[in-house]
Design a binder for this molecule. Structure first.
Ligand SMILES: [Zn+2]
Length: 232
């Protein structure tokens, strides 16, 4: 939008910070300077973002933020208040990591961890897909939304414990073998909790013939930072 038109829009519809609701200055996007600063302080740069713990079927994994404070507030607003545009608050950090990864690896496709159809219809968007679109745009790696799909599940993962999550996920994903065979893939998700979902998605892709599956998550919970998570 042109600066003049945008200034006019801001006069009519004052934009608010996506976290603290303070009115935004004309040059602020999504967040006020104080909330932006808190967010920037939490991020790990591309070198620090590599995760030391191993996940089944995943060759390398990266995460940018711990899932806390402003990261949690923003993702909650994106997912449960329908404020999809707030995903842009993560854009520059996500771009930077995506470009670093694309420079060091030759991926054939970026794949968002899918939602099942019913949850997708309820929410109208998949936040992993919004993030994967930014990764694809920044890196030039093609975005593939239809290679991996998730079957309908009666139980939400977030309501289950670790063991129950793994059981609930068995055979949850389907991959199109023809499109996956021999490919190097970068799987993208918003939050890593136990890692069960990502591992199951990666396993499905590997069983379908993918040569390599790497994982990029925006944020991980403290539980996934603990040594115990490394063995699962
Ligand atoms: Zn703020």
């Amino acid at each position: 939008m042109r600066p003049y038109a945008e200034a006019l829009m801001r006069l009519i519809y004052p934009a608010q910070c996506g976290i603290c609701k303070l009115a935004l200055g004309l040059h602020d996007r999504e967040l006020c300077p104080a909330c932006r600063k808190k967010l920037v302080q939490l991020r790990r740069d591309p070198v620090q973002a590599i995760m030391s713990q191993r996940f089944a079927a995943v060759a390398n994994a990266w995460s940018i933020y711990p899932y806390e404070g402003p990261v949690r507030d923003l993702l909650t607003a994106v997912k449960f208040s329908g404020k999809q545009w707030l995903i842009s608050a993560f854009r520059s950090e996500l771009r930077e990591l995506s470009q670093a990864l694309a420079a060091d690896n030759s991926y054939d496709a970026v794949i968002p961890v899918p939602m099942d159809r019913r949850h997708y219809v309820e929410r109208e968007f998949n936040q992993a897909e919004l993030l994967a679109a930014i990764v694809s745009q920044a890196s030039g790696i093609p975005l593939e939304r239809r290679i991996l799909s998730k079957r309908f599940s009666l139980t939400r993962q977030s309501s289950l414990g670790r063991e129950a999550r793994r059981h609930n996920l068995r055979d949850a994903f389907r991959a199109r073998s023809k499109r996956v065979r021999g490919q190097r893939l970068l799987l993208v998700d918003d939050i890593l909790t136990t890692g069960a979902t990502s591992q199951e998605a990666a396993t499905t892709l590997r069983l379908a013939g993918a040569r390599q599956v790497d994982l990029l998550v925006l944020a991980r919970t403290e539980a996934s930072d603990s040594p115990r998570a490394a063995s699962l």
